[in-house]
Design a protein around this ligand. Structure first.
Ligand code: NI
Length: 504
């Protein structure tokens, strides 16, 4: 992206150090990971006596390196930047923001950052001086369900040198859940300690920075490393310039929160970015009626015989969410039962929707707590992901022996955890890719083109376009002679724990 002149107002010595550390002279001296060898200065703890003859050969957990590259906004599906430039005498502003009307929590978080920065700038405006505000909003991660946006703000007031602060906020574009970088860390003291050691070894002034200044812009790379970035990545940060400290992948997991591990696991995967959700067509609908709905058993499986009838099972993943109530209305109007693979944290956030879909006779499956790629997280985390969701469902009176691994990603380890817990793994054989196309006509066309007796159709009730497509899909399937059933009705009662099913 931008290659700004490096550290134009940084004192010369510091500037040289920063250049040496960050590689901003355009040469990549390390090849792959972009880490510059700054040499490890041995130092003995108490400063007395000679250092030990043979320091242990353990590499430090973190070292000064290069900031990871940011993304070209044009490469991120659905992302639109808006730029406002105003040039009044003594008050020059360049503000680039990312409006995200379809992703409200992230939108609010980013607006909060920019508003606070503008306020800080306006409070420092000095008459007769050069005052300048620059806000850059830049995507730094867009993979699978995760979007990360960095806001870098440079404030120059009263003739003082500019100060640049950068903060990165991450969101799950499926659920809307949003985390500033600081919330991705469970052990900030350890991470800050590694950062301080790395900049001290490199002889950089950043060793004087406080914790709050250094954990606001965290980046994740496909190799599993975490990079702590200070400054806007363009050499404008004062007083010490930009610096990036890369934390070795082997130790990263230990300092992250559950959300941090989830973002990291997404960054390490190759899942195509889902795209930024479009703005909802209407204001958020009011909460469903509060009267409790007693859970009723699903229609008995012997009501339909899929050995005789042409059965097809529609499945809806990743909810419940803002559009689920509307989908339930549509299914009820057509007297159709479907199967919902719910994400545990969404079920916890929308208990009334879970009760309603059970009351309507739909089947419920476990789609993990936070939607990670299960083969990436290890058997203990797989178990936790399932058990947390099962506990929330149990509180709502729901037990299920169906699960769907996020992204359909499974392996022998995952299967053995499923087998231990009695879950069958339900995949699909008709993929509407509704999360990608976000288009009523395309979603409908793919559902119908793939339809066949015994099919399991994959859709997501977190997208308004999917919910809009359902009435037409139901009409067409009925007209073609299909009987719409739940997954338990389609596959029957004798599923093998751990086994994978994609159709009847
Ligand atoms: Ni999913």
């Amino acid at each position: 992206m931008r290659n700004a002149p490096a550290a134009r107002s940084v004192p010369l010595v510091l500037a040289l150090l920063v250049l040496a550390a960050c590689g901003t002279d355009g040469t990549d001296r390390s090849g792959g990971a972009g880490v510059v060898d700054v040499g490890v200065v041995g130092f003995s703890g108490d400063g007395s006596g000679p250092p030990d003859a043979a320091p242990p050969a353990v590499p430090p957990p973190a070292a000064v390196g290069a900031p990871p590259p940011v993304l070209d906004p044009a490469s991120v599906a659905g992302l639109v930047l808006t730029r406002q430039d105003t040039r009044a005498p003594e008050d020059e502003r360049h503000v680039t923001t990312v409006p995200l009307p379809g992703l409200d929590p992230l939108d609010r978080a980013l607006r909060g950052i920019v508003d606070a920065d503008v306020e800080r700038y306006e409070a420092g405006l000095a008459a007769g001086q050069w005052n300048q505000l620059t806000v850059d909003s830049t995507p730094v991660l867009a993979v699978g369900d995760v979007l990360g946006i960095r806001v870098a703000t440079s404030v120059r007031t009263g003739g003082l040198p500019p100060t640049t602060t950068a903060r990165t906020v991450y969101a799950d574009v499926g659920t809307g859940e949003t985390w500033p970088s600081t919330e991705l860390v469970a052990d900030p003291a350890a991470l800050f300690g590694w950062f301080s050691d790395a900049v001290r070894r490199a002889g950089l002034g950043h060793a004087l920075l406080g914790r709050s200044a250094v954990l606001a812009d965290l980046r994740f790379a496909p190799d599993g490393s975490l990079t702590v970035v200070v400054g806007g990545g363009d050499g404008r940060a004062e007083p010490f310039g930009d610096v990036a400290v890369r934390v070795d992948p082997l130790v990263v997991d230990g300092v992250l929160s559950a959300a941090g591990r989830w973002v990291r696991s997404a960054a390490m995967g190759a899942a195509p970015f889902r795209g930024v959700p479009a703005a909802p067509p209407a204001p958020p609908e009011p909460a469903p009626p509060p009267e409790p709905v007693p859970p009723a058993p699903s229609a008995p499986a012997d009501e339909v015989d899929c050995a005789v009838l042409r059965c097809i099972a529609l499945t809806f993943d990743d909810g419940p969410g803002p559009y689920t109530a509307e989908l339930l209305d549509e299914l009820r109007a057509e007297d159709v039962r479907a199967t919902f693979f719910v994400v545990g944290r969404n079920a916890a956030a929308h208990p009334d929707l879970v009760r309603q879909l059970v009351a309507d006779g739909h089947a419920v499956g476990n789609h993990t707590w936070s939607h990670p790629r299960l083969p990436d997280v290890g058997p203990a985390a797989v178990a936790t992901e399932l058990d947390r969701t099962a506990a929330v469902l149990a509180d709502l009176g729901v037990t299920t022996s169906l699960m769907r691994p996020p992204y359909g990603a499974t392996d022998a380890t995952v299967a053995s955890v499923m087998a231990d817990r009695g879950y069958a793994q339900v995949l699909w054989d008709v993929d509407t890719r509704d999360w990608s196309n976000r288009d009523v006509a395309i979603t409908t066309e793919r559902a119908l083109a793939g339809a066949h007796g015994g099919a399991i159709v994959l859709m997501h009730d977190i997208h308004p376009t999917t919910v809009q497509a359902v009435p037409g899909i139901l009409d067409a399937l009925h007209a073609a002679g299909y009987t719409l059933v739940t997954v338990p009705e389609l596959l029957g009662p004798d599923l093998r724990a751990g086994a994978v099913y994609a159709h009847r």
